[in-house]
Design a protein around this ligand. Structure first.
Ligand code: S6P
Ligand code: ZN
Length: 184
């Protein structure tokens, strides 16, 4: 039998029919932001919702694909822009495609072996290819919600532990109102 083959998304409301929605608040990103005092103060004040992902997982075999619609809200923690936890795929070879739908964002990519980092724009009409063996984190550098879709192999898996042990080498901060890639 066919699984659910079609879904409908709306980039304004950042909704997707079907799928499971997972929400992440600021408190879920312990240890991610450089300015720990700013992180703690904001968690104690309101612990805002940072992002939500609605994932559709039609098949789990080796050739299958999963995809998710993400909405990442704007804001800053200290000078650092609001971002996702970031992960490597458990199956390190698994690549991913991100399609920007709305808002002004960027993908922070880090080759996990060499540590080489890049910042790629993610906005409406842009597509970012995330190669295998590359840690990836999505960042909202604008003032409205960033909405995107990610498509990845069903067996990719999410390895958050590797990032918890060794955070990304670079951070993205606001400098004179513009995003700037800096050493952590
Ligand atoms: C999954 C894909 C996205 C992220 C989402 C949230 O492979 O990369 O759907 O899960 O952007 O980010 P994170 O780092 O919290 O999973
Ligand atoms: Zn991924």
């Amino acid at each position: 039998m066919f699984p659910d083959l079609s879904q409908v998304y709306d980039s304004t409301s950042a909704t997707l029919t079907g799928g499971n929605r997972v929400e992440r608040r600021l408190s879920d990103l312990a240890g991610c932001f450089q300015d720990e005092a700013a992180w703690k103060a904001l968690v104690e004040e309101s612990d805002p919702l940072l992002y939500a992902v609605t994932a559709v997982e039609p098949e789990n075999h080796a050739g299958g694909l999963h995809y998710g619609l993400g909405v990442l809200y704007p804001g800053r923690v200290g000078e650092e822009y609001v971002m996702t936890k970031g992960h490597l795929h458990t199956w390190r070879d698994a690549a991913e495609v991100y399609i920007g739908l709305r808002g002004e964002g960027a993908m922070l990519l880090e080759d996990w072996e060499s540590g080489e980092s890049r910042l790629e724009p993610l906005r409406a009409n842009s597509i970012v290819y995330v190669p295998g063996n590359t840690a990836h984190r999505t960042i909202n550098v604008g003032s409205e919600p960033l909405v995107y879709i990610g498509v990845y192999p069903a067996q990719a898996g999410h390895d958050y532990a590797a990032i918890a042990q060794r955070n990304f080498r670079k951070i993205v901060v606001s400098r004179d109102g513009a995003p700037s890639l800096q050493d952590r």
